[in-house]
Ligand binder design. Structure first.
Ligand code: ADP
Ligand code: NI
Length: 219
């Protein structure tokens, strides 16, 4: 069992590792994001009877080699691997975690359905944190930190982007709702995540309606 190889100490050390790594990160990827994904993924893992330790460790390490934060280590997940090797984890378990991290990220129409239930739990938890009240806050924090406009009424959203188009696309934060956030509810893997997404999705849609009413002077 992979979970036997992932001890309490490894989980605790991983929490300290991400706290340090994400200190000073203000683009929507602070360590509180990682901790929410860790908590939510753990709950989904219980409902789905997935290997909880695998889910927890993959959730904690899922953004340490993120393309935007660490482009040079993204391909081989070097930081995550180095952390796990330091913890003397067997290569076989390391490979399981790396695969989950690799399958998690959102890439427009090229997004992948993870091959394991553990990966599905982590992906759902990561996506849930991009929607709802927190998702709204993260979208505007991301836009601000990348010098992007909140809203640019003359530029319509783009639909059906593949991975490359999505990664190279520069969007206003409002367009990001149409290009990613409103799509998430229908891209989740687990029933429990779909239930949580309902309320968050509705809240976001109400928010955007209000935003546009105020913007257009209709209120
Ligand atoms: P994660 O890997 O945690 O899923 P991303 O790296 O895709 O997240 O993005 C981090 C946060 O920034 C998410 O909440 C996401 O919705 C938001 N974000 C990503 N791209 C944009 C964008 N173009 N405009 C506004 N927000 C964005
Ligand atoms: Ni994330």
């Amino acid at each position: 069992m992979n979970s036997d190889r992932i001890t309490d100490k490894i989980i605790k050390d991983a929490i300290c590792f991400v706290k340090e790594l994400f200190a000073g990160e203000f683009s929507g990827h602070d360590h509180y994001h990682t901790m929410r994904v860790y908590q939510t993924a753990g709950k989904l893992a219980q409902t789905e009877q997935a290997d909880i330790r695998v889910v927890q460790l993959a959730a904690l390490l899922h953004d340490v080699d993120d393309r935007k934060l660490s482009p040079e280590t993204c391909r081989n997940k070097d930081r995550a691997v180095a952390f796990m090797r330091e913890q003397q984890m067997p290569e076989e378990t390391i490979a399981v975690i790396v695969r989950i991290i690799d399958e998690v990220s959102f890439a427009g129409s090229d997004s992948r359905i993870p091959s394991t239930i553990e990966g599905k739990c982590v992906q759902d938890a990561d996506r849930l944190d991009a929607i709802g009240a927190i998702g709204i806050a993260r979208a505007f924090a991301f836009g601000g930190s990348h010098q992007r406009p909140m809203y640019e009424p003359g530029i319509p959203p783009r639909y059906h982007m593949n991975a490359e188009e999505y990664q190279n696309h520069v969007a206003s934060s409002v367009n990001h709702f149409y290009e990613k956030l409103f799509l998430i509810k229908d891209m989740l893997n687990t029933e429990a995540a779909r239930e949580l997404a309902e309320r968050r999705d509705l809240f976001m849609r109400n928010f955007l309606n209000e935003f546009l009413r105020e913007w257009n002077g209709e209120d």
